[in-house]
Design a protein around this ligand. Structure first.
Ligand code: ZN
Length: 133
């Protein structure tokens, strides 16, 4: 689930950071300055712009206890390398110019061809066919 990141403010000033946050666990709204934030390992998370953060999901929680609960949930989730590769590939395929060849995909994702093939196989095996049958 993606967070809504758009805040169409056009007032000539940078948007001020004071605001509200939603807890990733319980969903309560609370002042952003009380937020407990951190990153948890999540192989389904590819950062939209910065691949340094690939495999990490940003978590925002209302309390330390809720942050710990979210982190525990991700700790129990298997970290699947192919899933992360697939997330990187999907990012490249959905932003910017279309990627045409495996070589080009390799250049953009930093993955080697066998990794790309494994990622594609993983992706295809885990497609949500929604409404199948
Ligand atoms: Zn909470």
């Amino acid at each position: 689930m993606w967070k809504r990141g758009k805040r169409g403010r056009r007032h000539g000033r940078p948007a001020k950071p004071v605001g509200l946050e939603l807890c990733d666990l319980c969903g309560v709204t609370f002042p952003a300055d009380r937020a407990v934030r951190g990153y948890v390992p999540d192989s389904s998370a590819a950062h939209p712009t910065d691949d340094w953060f690939d495999g990490l999901r940003r978590v925002t929680a209302c309390t330390e206890a809720h942050f710990a609960a979210v982190r525990e949930g991700y700790r129990l989730r298997p970290f699947v390398q192919e899933e992360l590769w697939a997330a990187k590939i999907e990012r490249e395929l959905t932003v910017g110019t279309p990627v045409l060849t495996i070589n080009q995909l390799g250049c953009r994702t930093g993955l080697h061809e066998p990794e790309i093939r494994r990622a594609i196989a993983w992706h295809n095996a885990h497609l949500d066919h929604g409404g199948q049958g």
